[in-house]
Design a protein around this ligand. Structure first.
Ligand code: AMP
Ligand code: MG
Length: 347
């Protein structure tokens, strides 16, 4: 028998995030107060994320990140009521590292384990931090590009990328353009800075198929142009942003028109981009919907979102026995039942 979660007046969930390049531990109360959200990002020496290298990074920093999360939250390990972890989707070796740490802690502390879907967690922390209740969400990050909204018990995917994610597109372009990644300055932010100095719109492939998007043709074309060195890098960054952001904005607008929701939520690492924010705000305004953005700390991959979603799942009767805690690297958003929204009376 697992011990009961409320052993004193406050109950806490510790969340472990490790789907890709970030290793993060967050601590949330059962009321949704985030007490700690410590993130350590893996920055490759060169090239993209190598899953095994990223997993090695996560294993190396795990104890330091955990200690810092306990220190910042002033919660002692024995006071933790449940352990939540990112069960998928993501890179197998990275997910397995986080899952192993979460399982070990849950077993050692003798508390329930809760496997959380990473995409659901992005939406839930976005709602918590922005106050949005029932939004159309545009979730754009290094690994995902999804337009989703809640309907009939689940978050439904209205549109998504057919190939690479928006953040990945910006990152690969930046690398091909010879930009250097610095700790604390993501490639997307470097592209944004250059794009702000761009003036000329260079025609690039714009691919929306039904409600889905394809970004690989755009990346190939922009990369070919950067190698030719015939146009200013600032103009190329500007054109890449305008083209890619118009695609995700078009799909978000159609989802908004179809669902008639009253709110839009922009989240994921790329949501830090001010040009994207202004484009999404324009379509929200045009449809009489409220625009909601998420502070960067909670828009990027973070442990607090896993902790908070763990609370929502656990308080709605969901736990993950160790025997079912295998990672799900292709776990889709719409596969997950969301019992807590019905209990809020929104469905
Ligand atoms: P995540 O996968 O949610 O951790 O977010 C990481 C992604 O966000 C990477 O692809 C970054 O390049 C991207 N990103 C971060 N800041 C910005 C920005 N200001 N503009 C565009 N993309 C960004
Ligand atoms: Mg990341």
């Amino acid at each position: 028998m697992k011990k009961q979660h409320v052993k004193n007046s406050r109950a806490y969930c510790l969340g472990v995030e490790s789907t890709a390049d970030d290793f993060s531990v967050g601590v949330s109360t059962f009321e949704g107060e985030v007490l700690a959200n410590v993130i350590d990002a893996y920055v490759p020496m060169e090239g993209g994320i190598h899953p095994r290298e990223a997993a090695r990074h996560h294993a190396e920093v795990a104890s330091t990140v955990l200690e810092e999360a306990f220190a910042k939250s002033s919660v002692r390990p024995r006071e933790v009521s449940i352990i939540a972890f990112s069960q998928g989707p993501g890179l197998g070796p990275c997910l397995r590292t986080g899952a192993t740490i979460a399982r070990a802690m849950a077993a050692y502390l003798d508390v329930p384990l809760v496997g959380v879907n990473h995409c659901v967690a992005h939406i839930e922390i976005g709602k918590l931090r922005s106050g949005a209740r029932d939004p159309v969400t545009l979730y754009v990050s290094g690994g995902n590009t999804i337009v989703a909204a809640f309907d009939s018990g689940r978050y439904r995917v209205f549109g998504e990328t057919l190939d690479i994610a928006l953040g990945n597109c910006l990152d690969v372009f930046a690398r091909e353009a010879g930009l250097r990644q610095k700790k604390g300055v993501p490639f997307g932010a470097a592209v944004e800075e250059l794009a702000a100095k761009g003036k000329r719109l260079i025609p690039l492939p714009y691919t929306v198929k039904g409600m889905d998007m394809s970004l690989s043709g755009l990346l190939t074309a922009a990369t070919a142009l950067v190698k030719k060195k015939e146009c200013r890098l600032e103009d190329l960054c500007y054109s890449l942003q305008e083209t890619a952001f118009s695609m995700v904005t078009e799909v978000t607008e159609r989802a908004l028109a179809h669902t008639e929701k009253r709110e839009v939520l922009l989240t994921g690492g790329v949501a830090a981009n001010r040009r994207l924010q202004s484009m999404i705000k324009v379509i929200a305004d045009e449809h009489g919907a409220e625009f909601n953005s998420v502070p960067t700390e909670f828009a990027v991959d973070n442990g607090a979102m896993i902790a908070w979603t763990g609370v929502l799942a656990y308080t709605n009767g969901l736990v993950t026995p160790i025997s079912e805690s295998y990672v799900r690297s292709r776990w889709r958003l719409e596969e997950v039942e969301i019992p807590w929204i019905k209990s809020e009376g929104l469905s």
